[in-house]
Design a protein around this ligand. Structure first.
Ligand code: MIG
Length: 984
């Protein structure tokens, strides 16, 4: 490729390298190197070598033992290193055995200048007083000169993390990975480096290590990562679901899984680096290398050894996921482009007419006046809007509007925008380095950005939502654009450039024409636009002054509400450590942000927060801090009710407050498949309430893709169909086949709601992920790469068709220890006794859902239009006996809405020797009755069945000999009591 062509097409400033170029230099600003006469950026003029091979690391000076057997190790720099920043000469390594399975190793600067994530953002778990070195399953050992450490799992003597340079392979040549950045994969040596703007640490990995996590990412390899050629960057970024690039969220956590031949078992462990600064993590065969541009090395190690253990131990450390309101498991419908209340209401009506359950209707930014949130578009006039949301509630349905991160700026002196003005008055918007308000641009044009570190921010936020709630009684909130996204690079104004004189022009990214892309294999010139039911994009009323008067546009005195401070929330702790970063705009080590500069498409790292804290250090926390404030606001508005929000940018641990959707995917079969790896990834990250834009966001969908996807997503925790502006309508009523497929899948989903609630209660209680890959349950190394199927808990296996034009699919049906699977709908057994890889027939409109032998599931007996009606209809129990006639299961039942949960009842079910028992335990009173019991795997027709010793009338007992199924109807059982069912 000709270099000059690249240069002219790049909008990046051209820079040249002042630092000497050697083959080992990691410096990846190779673009611009050949352009003479340009001024290097400041950080490159500085005397940093860019050559890590000169660094020799640190010596141990001194150590101290703590009572719990932990350690403090004091380190001194061996030689001047100055690779990409100023060396920090004295470090402390604190080693704490926090629990038997968790070891905390924190390497920090003695001066405490480096940034550390506030407790408010991620409360530290701390240690259990009863844990000590001897009880721990992990062992920390180290060398003195230079300092190197390694961590062993005692149980199997496996070295899990190993910074000894002799054990880590070096790579003097780059390996080709996608993009122009292969220099990043040169790993010439592995010293510990700790500079103000560059921290580096490497650890040895097994060859071909099985790594999961390090997201948010859509990896080209699927859920499993490419451990021989990966550069994973952590810098929150607004970008439509790219492959192998940094994107919305930041979760510097991985799980590694090894096959233990002797034990015949998978041995897994987890590693979490708690650091909010920009970072690259490099994987090459035999090594993982961390490169952070600030902060400290605050590591947590989790001993596993089962994959579920690792996920649970991680969630216990960073925060257990919030238990979600039951209604949020219903079907959600959204799109960008519902132009009015009338338009939105007609969608709700059409869903009901089509008989497709709709639990939650959403609106995108269309509801806002000129995209300015908290003000209403003329076609969303307050009275109409209020009436519409009230209607939804009267039908037991729910409503969620979008809120963007950035707040519209005033256009001129006569402009009115209460929320901006109130925030200006209380001085809560982010600042330029000179103390003026930082002004970027998003949908409303120029915008400011909330400063979540400001102690008054919560008040401004809650007031704004209180006022909104007086019109729209929303049930949850959708938090978009919170990386935060800004469409211009830098601030449009500061103390020397008044906004009137700015040269910055806010771009308009609103799609002007319908997309022309369709799913793979769909040719519109042959087939025409499939399903030509389109939503009317024209204003239906409101022209020529006929619109209802929009009172919300008038200035109302911002309601000042004195909310009582709740115990659960405390104001953000101001940084103990507030470093003044010298090269804040262009750090000497340029992380591989695929947007380019750190400031690209977001707020500049030089913007400041309360107390002078620079965005450079906390960029990756922005979304999560918004979510923490939003959570408090939602609890203020509806005390005691489970908050529900769905957010785009997330940081480690925020599953304790929010759900997440997988962002702007594409209407393609490839992205449908990728939605599975996304759901698995966020289940590993402790944010289990997650799902994709079903039927696809960017581009047009088609009937076949939407049919398959509506069925697939029905088995993900968060189930929402969402679409971009102007793309072909994709509500499930648009095609008959999609309608039928959706109803079928939603009915199965609603029957399974008690099972979902049980899995989420366990996640909230101990951190076990609800949605898991096969290898979490079945110890088989060949299952590690499977991400075209997944499990819901231990008992439900989902096998979708992910290709166009196919009506059957091969799936893995694990058969270890005689396990078999029965079809959810027909109860027919899949014959997996000889092999586990089996083709099943799944014509359009069908998805593989199978129940594992040996399971007892508590279900809702009769799926209805809404979750409430479904719940009110009572329960049923489904048993699938294993080959020995045994099955077990449990259920956790609560009222589905109270926060925090204070009444919960657990039911334990055991089926054995022609007998099924239920044992309740807990304080929640279950009103709804048990209506039906289905037992699959009874191969002799029973002559008599009895409940608690009382014979059940034969008219209530049916037998199906084909699948060996006993069905008992009209049970009328009270689940608060223990009971025994017998059949003979
Ligand atoms: O820059 O609000 O991810 O779901 O429809 C696009 C419009 C802004 C991005 C979200 C998408 C939403 C869209 N938003």
């Amino acid at each position: 490729m000709r270099l000059s062509a690249i240069f002219t097409s790049l909008a990046l400033p051209l820079v040249s390298l002042a630092i000497p170029v050697s083959e080992y230099i990691l410096h990846a600003r190779d673009i611009g190197q050949l352009e003479p006469g340009t001024t290097p950026v400041l950080s490159q003029q500085a005397a940093f070598s860019g050559d890590i091979t000169k660094c020799q690391g640190y010596n141990v000076d001194n150590t101290q033992t703590s009572d719990s057997g932990g350690l403090l190790i004091y380190l001194t720099l061996i030689n001047k290193c100055s690779a990409y920043g100023t060396d920090i000469k004295s470090l402390t390594v604190s080693v704490e055995y926090e629990t038997e399975s968790r070891l905390h190793v924190h390497m920090y600067d003695n001066d405490l200048k480096q940034y550390q994530v506030p407790q408010y953002v991620l409360p530290r778990p701390g240690g259990s007083s009863s844990c000590n070195k001897d009880k721990s399953n992990l062992k920390f050992e180290y060398n003195q000169d230079p300092f190197e450490f390694w961590i062993t799992r005692k149980e199997d003597n496996a070295v899990l993390f190993d910074t000894r340079q002799n054990n880590i392979p070096t790579y003097k040549e780059s390996t080709q990975i996608q993009g122009n950045y292969s220099n990043y994969t040169v790993l010439p040596s592995h010293p510990l480096i700790f500079e103000d703007q560059y921290l580096q640490l490497s650890s040895a990995l097994p060859k071909d290590a099985n790594i999961f996590g390090l997201g948010e990412v859509i990896a080209s390899t699927g859920y499993i990562r490419n451990s021989s050629a990966t550069v994973q960057t952590f810098w929150a970024r607004d970008v439509g679901d790219p492959v192998d690039e940094n994107m919305y969220g930041v979760h510097p956590m991985y799980m590694e899984v090894r096959w233990d031949e002797k034990r015949n078992k998978l041995m897994s462990h987890g590693v979490f680096l708690l650091n909010s600064n920009g970072m690259d993590v490099i994987l090459r065969d035999g090594v993982i290398e961390y490169r952070a541009i600030g902060g400290t090395f605050d590591f947590y190690f989790f001993s596993g050894p089962s994959p579920n253990d690792v996920a649970a131990q991680y969630a216990q450390a960073v925060g257990l996921p919030q238990v979600m309101p039951e209604w949020s498991f219903g079907f959600h419908l959204c799109r960008w482009g519902y132009t009015s209340v009338v338009d939105t209401r007609s969608t709700v009506t059409r869903m009901r007419e089509a008989g497709i359950p709709l639990e939650v209707q959403w609106n995108d930014i269309d509801w806002m006046r000129a995209y300015r949130e908290f003000q209403f578009d003329q076609n969303y006039a307050p009275d109409d809007y209020r009436a519409f949301v009230d209607e939804l509630h009267s039908m037991n349905q729910h409503y969620i509007p979008i809120i963007d991160a950035a707040i519209g700026y005033l256009y001129n002196d006569s402009d009115v925008f209460d929320v901006y003005s109130r925030g200006h008055e209380l001085d809560v918007w982010m600042k330029n380095p000179d103390g003026t308000e930082y002004v970027g641009a998003v949908w409303p044009g120029f915008t400011v950005f909330p400063d979540w570190f400001n102690p008054k921010m919560q008040q401004v936020w809650t007031e704004a939502f209180y006022n909104l709630s007086q019109v729209v009684d929303f049930d949850g909130i959708w938090l978009d654009m919170n990386e935060p996204s800004s469409f211009v690079d830098g601030s449009a104004t500061n103390s020397t450039i008044p906004i009137e004189d700015t040269s910055v022009v806010p771009p308009n990214y609103t799609p002007q024409a319908p997309p022309t892309d369709y799913p793979e294999g769909y040719f519109p010139n042959v087939s025409g636009p499939s399903g030509n039911v389109t939503v009317d994009g024209q204003l239906t009323y409101g022209q020529n002054g006929t619109a209802p008067k929009n009172t919300a546009l008038r200035r109302s005195f911002a309601t000042e509400i004195a909310f009582e401070a709740r115990d659960s929330s405390s104001p953000p702790d101001l940084p103990a450590n507030n470093p003044d970063i010298p090269y804040v705009d262009e750090p000497p080590y340029p992380i591989r942000n695929q947007a380019g500069r750190l400031s690209a498409k977001t707020v500049s790292p030089n913007a400041t927060h309360y107390g002078g804290l620079q965005e450079y250090n906390v960029h990756n926390l922005w979304g999560t801090m918004e979510e923490i404030h939003m959570h408090d606001t939602l609890l203020d508005l509806k005390p005691g009710k489970r908050p529900f929000m769905v957010a785009r940018s997330t940081f480690a641990g925020i599953g304790r407050k929010t759900a997440h959707w997988l962002g702007d995917n594409y209407s393609t079969f490839a992205y449908m498949k990728r939605s599975i790896q996304g759901v698995l990834q966020f289940n590993l990250f402790g944010i289990p309430m997650v799902g994709p834009d079903t039927c696809g966001f960017n581009g047009n969908t088609d009937e076949e893709l939407c049919n398959r996807w509506m069925q697939l997503s029905a088995f993900f925790p968060f189930y929402r169909n969402h679409n971009t502006k102007l793309a072909l309508s994709q509500e499930p009523y648009n095609w008959d086949s999609v309608r039928n497929a959706s109803i079928k899948a939603i009915n199965a989903r609603y029957a399974l709601l008690p099972y979902w609630q049980t899995l989420f209660a366990k996640a909230a209680g101990y951190g076990e992920p609800p949605v898991i890959p096969l290898f979490h349950e079945f110890q088989n190394p060949s299952y590690l790469t499977i991400d075209s199927q997944f499990l819901i808990g231990p008992s439900i296996l989902v096998t979708p068709v992910l290709q166009p034009n196919e009506s059957s699919v091969y799936g893995i049906f694990p058969n270890a220890n005689g396990v078999f699977w029965v079809d959810w709908w027909t109860h027919t057994k899949v014959d997996n006794s000889k092999k586990d890889n089996i083709s099943i027939s799944l014509p359009l409109g069908e998805i593989g859902v199978h129940v594992r032998s040996g399971s007892v599931l508590l279900l809702y007996d009769q799926p209805e239009y809404t979750v409430k009606e479904t719940r009110d209809g009572g329960y049923s129990i489904q048993v699938v006996l294993d080959g020995k006639g045994y099955a077990e299961g449990d259920a956790k039942i609560d009222d589905g809405e109270t926060y925090p949960v204070n009444e919960l009842t657990c039911l334990t079910f055991v089926a054995s020797e022609n007998c099924l028992t239920s044992t309740p335990n807990g304080n929640y009173n279950i009103d709804n009755k048990l209506k039906r019991i289905v037992i699959v795997g009874v191969w002799n027709k029973p002559s008599v069945a009895s409940l608690n010793g009382k014979t059940i009338d034969t008219s209530q007992v049916k037998y199906d000999e084909k699948v060996g199924k006993v069905t008992i109807t009209n049970v009328g059982g009270d689940l608060n009591q223990g009971w025994t069912l017998k059949w003979e």
